[in-house]
Design a protein. Structure first.
Ligand code: GLN
Length: 548
């Protein structure tokens, strides 16, 4: 049965709890253990699928088609363990399950209460697959003291109580602010945060303290004394230049040792950190630089395209170069017909996924520029659809080409639907059907689907294979009705769904690197295994940089 590590946060949010959890997962793996990481989010949305990327950052999609918190992306990037739908849960989902059960009469006339009904539902969730791994790491979203987090804290308290002694530990992440005037790191906010935790029955075994500077002995002892943890379980988490140094830095700070000590595992197996040493070496010692323009919509919040930023970094690591990604607002490209001044000087252009019409004509112009000027282009999901529309208009003479998505949004028919709303498709051995009137949440083609690549196509060479599986999240598709016309004009359909109905990849023959993919390759890229498309895209960018 798995040992459980519950990770909570205090003092302020955004301290990097997800990263600390992911790094700890990687360190336990480096010692030969199997791990799974989970995120429990106190918000009331049923899942993050309908939350704005501006507010919540990217939606991370799992192979089994769940729309989850972006922390699951961190987990996957650090551990290589593919996240599942059952690795992410929110209060909204918990309550909706409890209420469904109540309506069905499952509780046999009882009064439904937070304790035990909601907490039981949370505990059942934590237990899923508990026999599959050595360690289950469960991160609780938000900070201690949040009203909505209380059922989760209560549930993990009960959970640890239900298990044999020594089966569960608690790790708490806080901030030690540095007060310049007195030249001191302050421990009081951490003391208060731990006090708050203890008042609801949770005592941390390991305290991870984010801090701008090393923690002096005196402060460490004070934290240990007042927070009731051992001094060597007070772990300093200093700011890092790259997140990919986190496993090494946390190891040096003693995190994995403190965790194993807390479980009483002794002697602990020694870690093999070679992979992470290589990763850090590649991040910190690049031998060149490329500039990539990302022409998108959600450019104000970096987290909105988190996995793309990381996948580009991985592509850079594979080529030993630094990728300078610059985020450009697609709407700006709509103001002036000539986008050349905005795009000249970049070694490659990436148009990411997105929803809605705003900014799309700008993305089409960016694709046109890349095609005309033979600049490497990677179009992801909406970015592929825009590249197809551009080619349809400019190469195939379909002046009115567009996406049904935009007509639906505007409520008028203006475009020839080269990209149309898919209402029926095959998932495994069943047919899925959707109408335009369905709910917004969870009505997309979601999760892993296979694709078959054309022999000798550029993508088949890049993947080194003709059978691939990638993750999807979209409602609209390129219509194969136009395949012949587009291929005659030079846009090849080099990847298709196994039944041949859905275009998965397009590429332009007469171009050094112009590829559009209907799926999200960024979700599967890892620092120690960069995604082939990103690896080769950065290689092409590097070649382009040498031309100018
Ligand atoms: N809006 C487009 C669709 O639904 C693209 C989605 C995306 O880029 N993820 O098909």
């Amino acid at each position: 049965m798995a040992r459980f590590i519950f990770i909570t946060g205090g003092v302020v949010s955004s301290l990097g709890k997800g990263l600390a959890s992911a790094a700890l997962g990687a360190l336990l793996q480096a010692r030969g253990y199997s791990v799974r990481l989970r995120k429990l989010d106190p918000y009331l949305n049923v899942d993050p699928g309908t939350m704005s990327p501006f507010e919540h950052g990217e939606v991370f999609v799992t192979d089994d088609g769940a729309e989850t918190d972006l922390d699951l992306g961190h987990y996957e990037r650090f551990t290589g363990v593919a996240a599942r739908a059952t690795d992410s849960i929110s209060s909204g989902r918990i309550y909706s399950t409890v209420l469904e059960k109540e309506r069905r009469g499952d509780y046999l006339g009882k009064t439904i209460q937070v304790i035990p009904h909601v907490t039981d539902e949370i505990k059942d969730f934590i237990r899923i697959g508990e026999n599959e791994v050595d360690f289950m790491l469960c991160e609780i979203g938000g900070t201690v003291g949040d009203i909505e987090g209380l059922p989760f804290f209560e549930a993990i308290r009960q959970f640890a109580q239900d298990k044999p002694r020594g089966q569960c530990i608690f790790m708490h992440l806080t901030l030690l602010p540095f007060i310049a005037a007195s030249g001191e790191l302050k421990t009081k906010p951490t003391q208060h945060s731990v006090k708050e935790l203890r008042s609801i029955g949770l005592a941390p075994d390991v305290l991870v303290c984010r801090s701008e500077r090393p923690i002096p002995e005196k402060e460490r002892d004070k934290l240990a004394l007042f927070c009731n943890v051992r001094p060597d379980s007070v772990i300093a988490a200093l700011d890092l230049k790259s997140i990919y140094e986190a496993p090494l830095a946390y190891h040096q700070a003693g995190l994995d040792q403190a965790v194993l000590d807390a479980f009483g595992i002794s002697p602990a197996p020694q870690p093999n950190l070679k992979v992470w040493e290589d990763v850090a070496d590649r991040v910190y010692n690049p031998e060149g630089e490329v500039r990539v323009a990302i022409v998108g919509k959600y450019t104000q919040l970096e987290d909105a395209y988190k996995s793309i930023a990381e996948a580009l970094t991985h592509g850079g690591m594979a080529n030993r170069v630094k990728v300078r990604a610059e985020w450009l607002d697609a709407e700006v490209f709509e103001q002036d017909k000539d986008v050349a001044p905005l795009l000249e000087g970049y070694d490659a252009i990436l148009v990411p996924g997105g929803f809605g019409e705003r900014g799309t004509e700008g993305k089409i112009r960016a694709a046109a520029f890349a095609r005309d000027h033979k600049v490497p282009y990677l179009g992801i999901c909406l970015g592929m659809q825009m590249a197809v529309i551009e080619a349809a208009r400019d190469l195939a003479g379909l002046a009115n080409a567009g996406s049904e998505e935009f007509d639906h949004e505007a409520g008028v028919k203006r475009f020839e639907p080269v990209v149309y709303h898919l209402k029926e498709w095959v998932e495994g051995n069943r047919t899925v059907q959707r109408t335009t009137a369905d709910d917004k949440g969870g009505t997309m083609r979601l999760g892993a689907y296979n694709a078959v690549l054309t022999d000798n196509s550029q993508v088949a060479q890049i993947y080194g294979d003709t059978a691939i599986s990638e993750r999807h999240r979209h409602r609209y598709e390129v219509d194969i009705k136009y395949r012949e016309k587009l291929e005659a004009a030079g846009l090849c359909f080099s990847g298709m769904s196994p039944d041949g109905r859905l275009p998965e990849i397009v590429e332009i023959k007469d171009h050094p690197w112009f590829i559009g993919v209907q799926f999200h390759p960024e979700l599967k890229s890892k620092p120690f295994a960069p995604h082939p498309l990103f690896r080769d895209f950065v290689r092409a960018a590097l070649e382009q940089s040498r031309l100018v």
